[in-house]
Design a protein around this ligand. Structure first.
Ligand SMILES: C[S@@+](CC[C@H](N)C(=O)[O-])C[C@H]1O[C@@H](n2cnc3c(N)ncnc32)[C@H](O)[C@@H]1O
Length: 272
């Protein structure tokens, strides 16, 4: 067993330290401490190839905050955050609870360090829990979330997939995951989606970053804006549609060039 700084013990057998982990690299980009040397080295390679990665991740965080606020304004009181990493400052439960202390948030991740760290962070948070599951296994996620007693699937829900579907390489599988969640949710529910893209970046930059991410656990893949839109077939995007996350209903004039943000984001109405 290892004791992660500030976290509950987790089983070393579960932690893959031979390959960089996407969750731990993300933590490195955010300036966190839940990462190893191998994650920092891979993260640094990405930063050197595409320095805009850090502003892109911050743009994503800002989008998450504005989207959760938008959903709360639409009466959404419960959230399911897939591929959540560690819910640190500015995460869904913090934003949702600042608007509605009774809001419920379920986080889902399968990376052992992220899950152990999330348990620690959420230890004294009422109305928020982490479920350890593979978000592609829709049935397990839904039953795990229901088992917490915090989520009522008979009521509208905000489904968050922020930099999650880029870990699903197969287009059909990724679209099927969205479709199956949409089918499980009632009308009035929303999907908040952000997906990595290299649109706007030179081909060489896109390839260098893709090369690093091929060896990351799990690997991550670019999609073009049209390919991202195709994953949302059957849903209705609210204005302004699919845009750089920095440019989705910004509070003030964005300082970044949307073509230098490596994500596209949108909020869609879902549920049948
Ligand atoms: C890039 S991070 C995004 C974190 C968070 N959504 C955010 O925006 O801050 C992606 C997260 O998705 C998780 N992940 C990737 N594939 C997954 C899967 N199939 N099931 C559950 N979690 C997954 C990784 O472990 C990682 O924590």
């Amino acid at each position: 067993m290892v004791r992660w700084p500030d976290a509950r013990p987790c089983n070393t057998e579960d932690i893959d330290v031979r390959r960089p982990s996407s969750a731990r690299m993300f933590d490195f980009f955010m300036g966190g401490s839940a990462n190893f040397e191998i994650d920092r080295e891979a993260g640094q390679e990405v930063v050197e190839a595409m320095p805009e990665v850090v502003q892109s991740i911050h743009a994503n965080r800002g989008f998450l905050a504005r989207a959760v606020r938008f959903l709360s304004g639409q009466g959404i009181e419960q959230f399911l955050d897939l591929g959540s990493r560690v819910p640190t400052v500015g995460s869904a439960h913090e934003i949702a609870h600042s608007l509605d202390p009774a809001a419920r948030v379920i986080y889902v991740d399968r990376e052992p360090v992220a899950v152990a760290h999330s348990r620690q962070v959420l230890d004294d948070v009422k109305q928020a829990e982490i479920v350890e599951a593979d978000f592609r296994d829709v049935r397990s996620v839904l039953s795990g979330a229901a088992a917490t007693g915090l989520i009522d699937f008979a009521r509208p829900l905000g489904l968050l997939m922020i930099s999650a579907l880029n870990f699903v390489e197969d287009d059909e599988l990724a679209a099927d995951v969205v479709r199956r969640y949409a089918e499980a949710l009632v009308p009035g529910s929303y999907l908040v989606l952000s997906h990595s893209t290299a649109a706007g970046f030179p081909q060489e930059t896109a390839e260098r970053v893709a090369e690093v991410y091929r060896n990351v656990n799990p690997p991550s893949f670019w999609r073009s804006p049209d390919e991202i839109l195709a994953l949302l077939r059957g849903t209705t995007l609210v204005p302004p549609g699919l845009v750089a996350p920095s440019h989705w209903r910004p509070d003030r004039e964005p300082e970044v060039d949307p073509n230098r943000v490596a994500f596209r984001a949108g909020v869609a109405e879902i549920g049948r």
